[in-house]
Ligand binder design. Structure first.
Ligand code: 5GP
Length: 211
């Protein structure tokens, strides 16, 4: 059975990275889509694990080749999801988390309307600012840009089917896990498996096999 795309978006500083790490450790058959980006690598980030860090030229080449499921410019840098990477994983029956911005989420939902879409909402603007400042990975200018962009991003929450308010990490992670696990049980996501079961209940076949 094909896996699902799980879109997770949030303004910068909402803590989605931590929540995603938690669910990747606790939800089986769940993988993370490693995006391509032109953003410079932050200390501690690993090329090929957090992102594929590429030049604008490489990014453009990949785009022209049709390599992206979606891509967008966010906070002045380019980010994109590899079509092949996600298709290979969903083809193996894995659910794949796309940690992308609201523009990317809109683009994926147009192409894959049954993707699971989740918005991580910070409990308040003040909490968002405090988290970004504590992280300390951005210059003052970049921090300002991210805070200003967060207002637009939060206003687009209604694009998403689910909203998880990140008021407390372990409780928010549990709710995120519940969404992913619950969506897997939708009848419409299990049609092939259900058909196989129903086939095994086909009385005419059973009588034929027994006689
Ligand atoms: P950061 O620079 O903090 O890692 O990410 C900045 C923003 O870009 C975040 O909102 C993140 O979700 C988004 N982003 C990361 N990868 C992708 C991607 O492949 N596509 C899109 N559209 N956004 C992405």
């Amino acid at each position: 059975m094909k896996g699902n795309l799980v879109i997770i978006a949030a303004p910068s500083g909402a803590g989605k990275g931590t929540l995603i790490k938690e669910v990747l450790q606790t939800v089986p058959e769940l993988e993370y889509s490693v995006s391509l980006t032109t953003r410079p690598r932050r200390p501690g980030e690993i090329d090929g694990k957090d992102y594929h860090f590429v030049t604008r030229r490489d990014f453009e080449e990949f785009r022209v080749q049709g390599g992206f499921l979606e891509y967008a410019e966010v906070h002045g840098n380019l980010y994109g999801t590899s079509r092949k990477f996600t298709e290979d994983l969903t083809g193996l029956g894995k659910d794949v988390i796309l940690e992308i911005d609201v523009q990317g989420a809109a683009s994926v939902l147009e192409q894959v309307p049954d993707a699971i879409s989740i918005f991580i909402m910070p409990p308040s603007f003040e909490a968002l600012r405090a988290r970004l400042e504590a992280r300390g990975t951005e210059s003052a200018e970049d921090l300002d840009l991210r805070l200003r962009n967060s207002i637009d991003e939060v206003s687009r929450y209604d694009l998403f089917k689910f909203v998880v308010v990140n008021d407390e990490v372990s409780s928010a992670a549990a709710r995120l896990r519940a969404v992913i696990m619950g969506e897997r049980q939708l009848r419409t996501r299990q049609t092939d498996a259900i058909r196989d079961i129903l086939d095994s209940f086909d009385v005419s076949k059973l009588i034929h096999e027994d006689s």
